[in-house]
Design a protein around this ligand. Structure first.
Ligand code: HEC
Ligand code: HEC
Ligand code: HEC
Ligand code: HEC
Ligand code: HEC
Length: 444
């Protein structure tokens, strides 16, 4: 071999190992597998599925492999370094959370999430439901009978009806997240069944019926894995996306409406409680920009017998790194991939801790000022800063990937959260000093 040819060979090899090329080839590979999935589902039709059929076992007659993998979401108890499916007590794991949510049902009980099978059961049993009065709106993301209920009553009626009205009925068939939530029974195409997401998309000029298949592989998850709140006396379920999906856009949405989920019992600040903003945080990531979908990592293609199906055992990808990650990141070992994820998560956790220290000081400073009799008007700024800081902390704490879904965005948000908490502390301390000075002068 001549020297030139050797050089050429080395250059070609280098090119091929370059990440971009590898990922490109693998994305093509995935497209081919998607096509295989389609052939499979057409070949597998056996019985017609009724328009209002919500029982996964009935769908399972036609699609036994998908059904079997979905059933595995019943399995729980495995922990990963920062996630997994053991529903451990998250208040016990980090006592700061109880302080953060003083005056809101989350201070009663908050656990690590587990599989889709338990969505209805875990909701029915939480102290947030049994010890507090909650609206039917809670059912939007937790009941397998949701699409059926919508055929019996309007969405507005469902939202405003008390949860307990449905309680007994929903105990009979507790399916969790079901096939009908994500699939059209006639065509098996992915579909959006949840009005809150549809409304939020319409507000942004998006019609999900025009969405690409790859977009749908994330949008079906966004029906539930998104931040939400209940608006007005009708308890309408709303996603705060009128200004966009970024943290600042969400804050602007809430501030414009002057909305608060609760009043903090320790500081009297008007607070927002954030819940599972997976879709929002993910939408700021490198993976999202590269066109990767939730289903790529959480429902990877898997071989059952001779066929390839989408794994409906939605769970932590760290329990399945080979199928979830290495299809695209070929050449990286499982151990190395795990290390990369855990490093990102460890950094996020460290920064969450820094923010929690600052927030604790802020809360204590506001409380000291209140105890000393500082008037409300002088504490308005500190309270507003408490709200702004905790919104950011909660956005990352409530997000279920411990920063992995968008690492840099997570620490960016936490940087601001810490800064705002220190500003709140300073503001309250200055208000206290001013008050004490005034009192001393009055006593002279
Ligand atoms: C590039 C791969 C990837 C994509 C894409 C992705 N995730 Fe994740 N997700 C992960 C990893 C890694 C974790 C961390 C798991 C752990 O800590 O055990 C995670 C964690 C989670 C968890 C918590 C899992 C647990 O064990 O409790 C949920 C819920 C979740 N993701 C939902 C989503 C949703 C919804 C989307 C799309 C909006 C999405 N993910 C997109 C990789 C991904
Ligand atoms: C917009 C969709 C949505 C709505 C509305 C919703 N949830 Fe959830 N809920 C989820 C998702 C997604 C998870 C899993 C991720 C997590 O735990 O953060 C979850 C997890 C839970 C869990 C298990 C983990 C935990 O927090 O202990 C409980 C219990 C729960 N929700 C109760 C409720 C109650 C009560 C309401 C009404 C006040 C409600 N949910 C409304 C989507 C929703
Ligand atoms: C949380 C949403 C969700 C639920 C619930 C769900 N699926 Fe799917 N399903 C998907 C996604 C995403 C795909 C991939 C579709 C694609 O690539 O276009 C898929 C694909 C499929 C396919 C096509 C072949 C394949 O495996 O890729 C079949 C068949 C299927 N699902 C059946 C079912 C059945 C049966 C159930 C209930 C037991 C169910 N699904 C529950 C989201 C869901
Ligand atoms: C109809 C609402 C709904 C939809 C749609 C939905 N989820 Fe979930 N998901 C939940 C709820 C609720 C839980 C928590 C259940 C519990 O802890 O009882 C959950 C839990 C999870 C978990 C944690 C599982 C574990 O073992 O810890 C993952 C991962 C997840 N979902 C990913 C997804 C992905 C990916 C999609 C889209 C393909 C999706 N979900 C669609 C409501 C939904
Ligand atoms: C469908 C393909 C695909 C899958 C599946 C996938 N990735 Fe990626 N990943 C990419 C692409 C594309 C990039 C961006 C590469 C680039 O532009 O340099 C990327 C980038 C990354 C990065 C660097 C992110 C950053 O912020 O710079 C990490 C870390 C990573 N992936 C981890 C994972 C893990 C862990 C999993 C499994 C849970 C996974 N990926 C699954 C395609 C994928």
């Amino acid at each position: 071999m001549t020297r030139n040819r050797k050089l050429l060979l080395v250059a070609v090899l280098l090119l091929f190992t370059a990440a971009g090329v590898g990922v490109g080839l693998l994305l093509t590979n995935i497209q081919q597998r998607i096509a295989e999935g389609e052939r499979l589902r057409l070949a597998a039709r056996i019985v017609p599925i009724g328009e209002l059929e919500v029982d996964p076992a009935v769908w399972g007659i036609n699609f036994p492999y998908q059904y079997d993998s979905w059933l595995r979401t019943r399995e729980y108890g495995v922990r990963t370094p920062h996630g997994g499916s053991e529903p451990f007590d998250k208040l016990e794991a980090n006592p700061f959370r109880r302080m953060a949510w003083a005056g809101f049902p989350f201070e009663l009980e908050f656990n690590e999430d587990r599989g889709h099978y338990f969505a209805q059961t875990d909701q029915r049993e939480t102290l947030r439901i049994t010890e507090r009065i909650q609206p039917g709106s809670c059912l939007n993301c937790h009941s397998g009978e949701f699409t059926l209920l919508l055929s019996e009553m309007s969405w507005d009626e469902l939202n405003r009806t008390p949860y307990n009205y449905f309680r007994d009925r929903l105990a009979v068939r507790s399916f969790g997240v079901v096939c009908a939530d994500c699939h059209d029974p006639n065509t098996m195409e992915l579909r959006i069944t949840r009005p809150a997401l549809e409304n939020a998309l319409v507000q942004q000029g998006i019609d999900w019926r025009q969405a690409s298949r790859q977009e749908m592989r994330s949008l079906v998850c966004a029906q539930c894995h998104s931040e939400y709140y209940f608006l007005g006396a009708g308890n309408t379920l709303v996603f705060p996306w009128s200004r966009g999906l970024g943290l600042e856009a969400i804050e602007e949405h809430y501030d414009t409406y002057g909305f608060a989920d609760f009043t903090h019992t320790l500081t009297q600040a008007p607070m927002i409680k954030v819940q599972h903003p997976e879709y929002e945080l993910f939408s700021t990531s490198v993976h999202y920009a590269a066109g990767v979908a939730c289903a790529d990592c959480h429902m990877p293609f898997t071989r059952v017998g001779g066929v390839k199906i989408s794994d409906h055992w939605t769970r932590s990808p760290l329990l399945n790194i080979n199928s979830s990650c290495l299809t695209c990141h070929a050449g990286v070992s499982e151990a190395e991939m795990l290390r990369r994820v855990v490093t990102i998560q460890g950094r996020t956790k460290e920064m969450l801790g820094v923010t929690e220290g600052a927030l604790t000081d802020a809360i204590n400073a506001i409380m000291s000022a209140m105890e000393a009799g500082v008037p409300d008007a002088a504490l308005a700024e500190a309270r507003q800063l408490h709200r702004a800081s905790q919104l950011r902390w909660d956005f990352i704490d409530a997000e279920n990937s411990k920063g992995f879904h968008s690492p840099q965005e997570a620490v960016r948000i936490l940087g601001h959260a810490t800064d705002l908490a220190r500003q709140a502390q300073l503001s309250a301390t200055l208000a206290l000093t001013a008050h004490q000075t005034e009192a001393a002068r009055a006593g002279e």
